[in-house]
Design a protein around this ligand. Structure first.
Ligand code: IMP
Length: 183
């Protein structure tokens, strides 16, 4: 889906498909340096991280494995509740593994700080985070994020995996959702 397909619902285009792909390539090159000779377990956080995971995994020249977790934090609204529930757990044993959490966006950071603690307690050798997008509020919580694609303004955004009430995930780029859609 292109921006023009849902134009009336968007107030500003933030990132085009090309800008996203260029950035993912940059992040992949750094990950290849940092994990040279290692097998990384990419852990994607459903459902938003599906697009980042698919593009990052294909861009990487390292051997990788992929696993998925689903957690809930937002429901159908636009504010983080702070309450994290595991809806789908990993199938992989993390003992001794090098884990890289792949995220679409860090907003309050509540979800990720909880997830970091949870995965670290399972005996992984290392757990790092790679996120495509980060909002300013993320700076307020102590989450050490190793790889960040873009710092974006504090607005509710959709596209490239990010939804509003399950819509717009298939938008190729990232845009700010027009307030009239959720008000
Ligand atoms: P946090 O716990 O506030 O960091 O929220 C993280 C999760 O909230 C992300 O994985 C997204 O699923 C969702 N989220 C945060 N900001 C946005 C946004 O602007 N658009 C869509 N989803 C968002």
């Amino acid at each position: 889906m292109q921006f023009s397909d849902v134009e009336g619902d968007l107030s500003e285009v933030l990132l085009t498909q090309e800008e996203i792909h260029e950035k993912i390539a940059v992040m992949a090159r750094q990950i290849e340096i940092d994990y040279a000779g290692e097998k990384v377990l990419l852990v994607g956080v459903l459902r938003g991280a599906v697009m980042v995971m698919a593009d990052l995994a294909r861009e990487l020249t390292l051997p990788i494995e992929m696993d998925w977790m689903a957690v809930s934090s937002y429901g159908a609204g636009t504010q983080s509740s702070g309450v994290v529930r595991i809806l789908k757990d990993l199938d992989t044993d993390l003992e001794g593994r090098k884990v890289l959490i792949v995220e679409d966006i860090i907003d309050s950071g509540l979800t990720l700080s909880w997830l970091l603690g949870n995965l670290r307690s399972r005996g992984a050798e290392s757990v790092e985070i790679c996120t495509l997008l980060r909002k300013p509020d993320a700076a307020k919580v102590e989450v050490d994020v190793r790889y960040v694609g873009f710092d974006i303004p504090n607005a509710f955004v959709v596209g490239y995996g990010l939804d509003y009430a399950e819509k717009y995930r298939n938008l190729r780029g990232v845009a700010v959702l027009a307030p009239h859609v959720y008000e």
